[in-house]
Design a protein around this ligand. Structure first.
Ligand SMILES: *Cc1c(COP(=O)(O)O)cnc(C)c1O
Length: 860
């Protein structure tokens, strides 16, 4: 029978058990073992069958269960203890407070908004598709642990991403289970009178898009999720947030409008109702939330009387934009007409934001750009004074990729930095490794000190635990694999063999990630016979566990998955290499710890960072990876292996052949022999040395704690200081900067270096000599103090290019003619060899964050 209506009866807990409600709603349980134990203890079987879901456990309690539990003094005492621990966690000062909280002139940074289209916090709140979401979840958790006052902003997708299965042919099948927010660890944001908060956006033709706001609590960090499934919407608009990355065109655009514009409005409502401070800094995780900046411009124009350009400067100062992909197809773009239709008409659009100004923010008006496209990443860069990539290599690749936005500057000067991603140890390090560390290092050992003191844990104990972790993975994998074969049409009677697949003493390789083409899932199949040999070696076999979803619209990705699934069906190798459907956080938490080797073979340099290898490393696995993303930065020769890349080989087929063959060779000659090289106690000494080295040196670096501290110190605090500076005295700084930008842009065509000369330059200059430099510069109407005139010098190569420039500012000394000025400076020859120098003119204003910010420079 199908129900015609649903209603939700909330569990009414007796007084003594009421803290369970708080404990279930604060997602800290997802990384706090004692809280998990408490819920698991209520009904261990249900705990497993609900996918370890505290809310589901509570809703299943019957009145008699509650009476029994309320009368159980030990249980009540445990509830109280765990609840007190949560209260302590929420109130004890943390790193952020111990390090000044961004203090400047008596002000501290009290709130940072963090926008992301997806958040991967726990598998019971499936609001993520892959790395971007997992990263966002880890960012919130680590911010909570460090006391960094972040508020997350996202969307609530009723069907999340999708659930993956395979059909008999190995073709991906998607299904969209519907989530009921009442069954999730969420609460509805309500006005004081109890009515749900409604966020409303204007839509074309007098329409509107309404949303409710769900609030999740991630430790100390609130997360606001907008949900368009509201009765006041047209039926089609109720579906706007039905799926993550579902639909195209207008649905996607309306999702992003809701995330950005609606997100800012949700923050305002949240502050109004709860008294939470309004954010000073706005961080957008990838371009999808870019409209947040436009909404803030609109607020400043309508509520503070700023002109558009002044508001733009005020918004830029407090905005941080993180770009996440060097794959051009991964960048979010819309048709210009769609933006026009949504922001241009009567009554829709944003007050104070003329549609042509908005269109200009996302225009690809640079070499190679497409004039018909509105580019969300480009808008992110124009709305954020601070921009970063997610690993050193990705920072460099992004500087090259977006160089067109800062014409005239060397690629090194493009103002895009980097903060390398990290992972949240509390979520990703298997509990038995913590228990092991605690047994040997004492109960108070922290996530950081575990890794630096790991050599104090006896290596044989570690190796025993690792075997248990392989066993734990195998049990999980057998169950999933069995179910997968049933879904593909097998009958239980023919599947007995699946209960013996995989072996806890065999070298275990993991490979799991989204099915994006550049990740090259099938590289290991280049020479199937060679792979089979590795898998079936009678003495020293390997086993491989694979997982990953492909975007529903990506048939190329799905075809690669199918090719892999079919290979795993081959009777010669079946059970030695398996593809598990429906990669998610729960699977990942078993998979990383159970692996000895984490394999990653993307096409360099398309992996912006990659985080799964970090999670594996924290669980004592060694990485075997292409030198891309984070591995390019932190591979040190001892913590795993680098698969040599055939960079520069144009033919992709040949490149894949070369790289695949390098992969097989590493496995055959190095990885497998090292794993199976045992001493008299059966321990692989060399292997364990590498693991121990990995944990102690890589461990502390890959932590999300480190990442959020880096963001705070290098981006959030500077952005807050910049925002306060432009906002002071009725936005005087923003007004002055906007007026300056206007003036400098109008005058720049008159700026010229007329003449440069040097004094004291001997025929044969020697190190230590000093020369005086004079530059004669035309500036039009600009004042000499409104520009920076710089001498750049450094080693000159054969083409006379200065390869590693250093800069000295020249000072204005004389105005010798209307609009013409002399600038002087001195250069000490501190290096030997061929030296080149030149002079350049740059804009200068106290509120600019870098020389390149305006993309203006004049050279002789
Ligand atoms: C870590 C993780 C990812 C991202 O892995 P990458 O290495 O960044 O591709 C994707 N999905 C899940 C479930 C994860 O845990």
């Amino acid at each position: 029978m199908k129900a015609i209506r649903r209603l939700h009866v909330r569990t009414a807990l007796p007084e003594t058990l009421s803290p369970l409600h708080d404990l279930a709603l604060n997602l800290r349980w997802s990384w706090h073992p004692p809280t998990r134990d408490l819920f698991a203890g209520l009904d261990p079987e249900l705990w497993e069958s609900t996918g370890q879901d505290p809310v589901a456990i509570l809703s299943s309690l019957r009145s008699e269960d509650m009476e029994r539990l309320a009368a159980d003094e030990d249980f009540v005492a445990r509830v109280r203890e765990v609840h007190e621990d949560l209260q302590r966690y929420l109130s004890t000062p943390r790193w952020y407070h111990e390090h000044g909280a961004g203090e400047r002139d008596g002000r501290t940074l009290e709130a940072i908004a963090y926008f992301s289209p997806e958040f991967g916090i726990t598998s019971v709140l499936p609001q993520y598709s892959g790395g971007l979401g997992i990263l966002a979840g880890d960012h919130l958790k680590a911010a909570s642990d460090q006391g960094i006052p972040i508020v997350g902003v996202g969307l609530f997708y009723k069907s999340g991403y999708f659930a993956q299965r395979f059909n008999a042919d190995g073709w991906q099948q998607e299904s969209y289970p519907v989530l009921d927010p009442d069954d999730l660890p969420l609460s509805l944001l309500r006005e004081e009178d109890g009515a749900p908060v409604v966020i409303r956006l204007a839509m074309p033709h007098g329409g509107h898009l309404d949303a409710h706001v769900w609030r999740a609590q991630v430790g100390r960090v609130p997360l606001l999720l907008l949900d368009s499934d509201v009765e006041s919407n047209d039926p089609s608009r109720r579906e706007v947030t039905n799926r993550l990355y579902g639909g195209g065109g207008d649905q996607r655009l309306e999702q992003e409008m809701l995330l950005g514009i609606g997100g800012v409005r949700a923050l305002r409502a949240h502050s109004r109702i709860t008294g939470a401070p309004a954010p000073t800094v706005y961080h957008t995780n990838e371009g999808h939330a870019g409209f947040q900046g436009v909404e803030r411009i609109s607020e400043l124009v309508t509520q503070h009387g700023l002109a558009f350009d002044e508001a733009l400067q005020a918004v830029r100062a407090g905005t941080v934009f993180t770009t996440h992909t060097p794959v051009p197809a991964g960048i979010d773009r819309f048709a210009m007409e769609a933006i026009h239709a949504h922001f241009g008409g009567e009554g829709n659009g944003l007050p104070g934001v003329p549609v042509d100004r908005l269109l200009a923010l996302g225009a690809e008006d640079y070499d190679g750009g497409d004039p018909s496209r509105f580019n969300m990443a480009v808008m992110g860069m124009r709305l954020g004074q601070r921009v970063n990539g997610v690993s050193k290599l990705h920072g460099a690749v992004s500087r090259e990729m977006f160089q067109g936005l800062w014409p005239g500057f060397d690629v090194e000067e493009v103002p895009i930095g980097s903060v390398t991603n990290g992972v949240h140890a509390g979520t990703w390090v298997d509990r038995s490794l913590y228990d092991l560390a605690r047994d040997h290092l004492g109960p108070e050992v922290s996530a950081r000190s575990v890794f630096t003191r790991i050599h104090q844990v006896p290596i044989d104990a570690f190796w025993e635990t690792k075997r248990e972790l392989r066993q734990q993975l195998i049990e999980d994998a057998r169950a999933r694999f069995h179910q997968s074969l049933l879904d593909r049409g097998a009958t239980a009677a023919e599947l007995g063999w699946t209960q013996d697949i995989l072996d806890p003493d065999v070298l275990t390789i993991g490979f799991a990630r989204r099915g994006a083409t550049y990740k090259r899932l099938t590289l290991m199949l280049r020479d199937p016979e060679r792979l089979k040999k590795l898998l079936t070696d009678p003495e020293r076999p390997v086993q491989v566990v694979i997982a990953g979803k492909s975007h529903p619209a990506d048939d190329t990705g799905k075809a690669l998955i199918q090719q892999m699934v079919r290979f795993t069906d081959d009777p010669e190798v079946r059970g030695r290499i398996i593809y598990l459907p429906n990669y998610d956080i729960a699977m990942a938490q078993r998979l990383y710890p159970g692996c000895d080797v984490w394999l990653n073979n993307p096409l360099r340099p398309f992996e912006a960072c990659g985080t799964s290898g970090m999670k594996a490393a924290l669980n004592g696995a060694l990485n075997l990876s292409i030198l891309d993303g984070w591995w390019d930065e932190w591979y040190d020769g001892q913590n795993g292996w680098a698969i040599p890349t055939a960079d520069g080989v144009e033919d992709p087929e040949r490149r894949d052949d070369l790289e695949a063959s390098a992969l097989y060779e590493l496995l055959e000659k190095t990885v497998v022999p090292t794993f199976y090289d045992r001493d008299e106690q059966g321990l692989p000494q060399r292997w364990l040395e590498m693991v121990s080295h990995t944990l102690s040196t890589l461990g502390p670096k890959v932590l999300a704690d480190r990442m959020v501290r880096d963001y705070t110190e290098s981006l959030y605090w500077p952005a807050a200081h910049a925002a306060w500076a432009v906002e002071a005295d009725g936005y005087a700084g923003a007004r002055s900067l906007a007026a300056y930008v206007d003036k400098v842009k109008a005058n720049w065509r008159h700026v010229r270096v007329d003449h440069v000369d040097a004094e004291g330059l001997a025929d044969a200059p020697q190190i230590g000599d000093e020369i005086a430099v004079h530059a004669y510069v035309a500036l039009g109407d600009l004042d000499p103090r409104e520009v920076r005139v710089q001498m750049a010098y450094g080693r000159a190569n054969a083409e006379d290019t200065i390869t590693d420039p250093e800069y000295v500012d020249l000072q204005p000394t004389q105005s010798y003619e209307e609009g013409r000025h002399r600038f002087d400076g001195r250069l000490r020859l501190a290096r030997t060899g061929a030296l080149g120098w030149t002079v350049r003119v740059l804009p200068r204003h106290e509120h600019l964050s870098s020389d390149a910010e305006l993309g203006l420079v004049t050279l002789p």
